[in-house]
Design a protein around this ligand. Sequence first.
Ligand code: FEO
Ligand code: CA
Ligand code: CA
Ligand code: CA
Length: 653
Amino acid sequence: MKNTERNHLHQIDNSGLEPLSNHSQNSSFQDVLLQRQIGRRQFLCGALATAVSAFMAPAFSALGKKERLGFAAIASGKDDTIHVPEGYTARPFVPWGTCLYSDHVGDDESLTAADQEQQVGSHHDGMHFFPIDGRSDEGLLVMNHEYVDPPNFHPGGPTLGEHRPAGEVALEMAAHGVSVLHVLRQSDGEWVLQQDSRYNRRITGTTPMEFRGAVRGAEGLRTAYSPDGTKGRGTLNNCSHGVTPWGTYLSAEENWAGYFVNHDQQLPREHSRYGLGTEASRYHWEVSDGGEDIHGRFDVSSRGSTATGDFRNEPSQFGWVVEIDPFDPGREPIKHTALGRMAHEGVIFAPVKEGQPLVCYCGDDARYEYIYKFVSRQPYRAVSAGSHLLEDGDLYVARFNPDGSGEWLRLDASDAAFLARANIAGVMFGDQADLLINTRLAADVAGATKMDRPEWGAIDPDTGHVYFTLTNNVERTEAETDTANPRATNVNGHIIRWLEADGDFAARHFEWDIFLLGGETGTQTPGENSVTLTEDNHFASPDGLWFDSRGILWIQTDMSGSQLSDGPFGNNQMLAADPLTGDLRRFLVGPVGCEITGVTMTPDLRTMFVNVQHPGEGSGPIDVSSHWPDGGTSRPRSATVVVTRQDGGVIGS
Ligand code: FEO
Ligand code: CA
Ligand code: CA
Ligand code: CA
């Protein structure tokens, strides 16, 4: 830090944790007891109680089937490098600062926001390869840039004090958002960024956007910038993503609440239920010395006589899912409100069926938050599918019953059953827009199950099981455990999964079980034929999750702090699981301090792209713990890694 004077400013907090803000009593022990009394099935109870219902396949369903994973598991480790199995190559690609245009040269020492807007952003996260004409050697690699680590982002660290220099603030905003990168594989096999391609594009924390869905134009969205509540500026903390059936990219706004501060005596519920701070924001953008409202908007205290005279509603402009058409650089991004407002981790689409509703799932990554499902009002039709399907539909939240059954609870301000519960709780929603702005509160009212930080989801292309990672929750007490979140002080996390009733993704009921518990060697997931973790596959804090087209499940980890430094797991890693055979093997280990997040492949499955986010996290600017990927004394950079097999074969096979 250049300036140790803090005044009213706090240190920058990059813990990656959403503030704990769910103080509702949902799925409390009393609820579980009630459910036990009325449960329609037998179930196990105890600290590791796990629903195992008759319909469900065991965690790994057909032990002894032909192996589909063809690589030898690698060891865990703590090197400041990337490890992949023998016979594989991993090359860093498009690190933070890579120039999108050939006439532009980035210079770290004098980097400006204008420079950064023409470069790959920081903190690579969710990512998808959109092939061009179905090809496996050319496409658009689209990725999120979740946030910045100021100690490693500015040479010498950030300037803190009564005010922050406007240039630093603008630069940090420009490193957030999304990159669209035209990439191709050369004849020598090396992947390159096609500089100057018309597709190359940066979307940042200031890019103009349009709101769609029920909240568009709502009173709660109106600000001095957008008096009619239809426009917004920028997207922030873009974590995981989604890929629509019509070929657009969705970027999920996750830990946005920490970017704001509200100094008012009392916080409105759309601030307090999302954990907004009252002293200073995470990056102190609100005290930028430039005076521009695009910086000052992060102080959301009431100042004007009405909401259109200040930025009290700016926090309601975030927490949405943003649609970007990578093949149409001129199209303004859309913030979709029908999928609710939360710490959106990502969006997972169910396979589409002609004439049936479109279905997708979302996780709200904070301790004790929920898992959601959106079902479109209009049926999916291939010929006309598009954005409109995400503008109108029903939003549901999940309740996991102790007996292995589950229900989707509809969040609808005009639904009689919902209104009855809201009345009892003393919570009112003026209309559906008000409900969607306060999605978490609506889910509290509905009686959803409080989960251990829902992160990514993935759907098994063979069986239709929907899997979700629950990364960890050290706050959960023994009294708060339930069958879906069975461990108190859940430091290692787990993976849950469910099957929708009658194979209908739009169904109101499902059956669930726990697929895998994270932990040290010897950890066993209860259930028939479940795996016991060994040196080849022990892991903690599962986060990224993705099924490739063969049905191999890729699991990525995001351990932090003491779990990384003192735990038995080494650096963050990626594993491959084959639910058909019971195989679970470590495939990749990242450099020091990073998380592994974001994975996609070319259609031929012969190139895999994996993201390495925040190497060296928790250190810097003086004693940096990582110099990846450039080595020497360089500062660490988030980057993509291109993984190929030396014999050109299919990854993982
Ligand atoms: Fe950005 Fe929940 O991870
Ligand atoms: Ca992260
Ligand atoms: Ca994540
Ligand atoms: Ca995480």
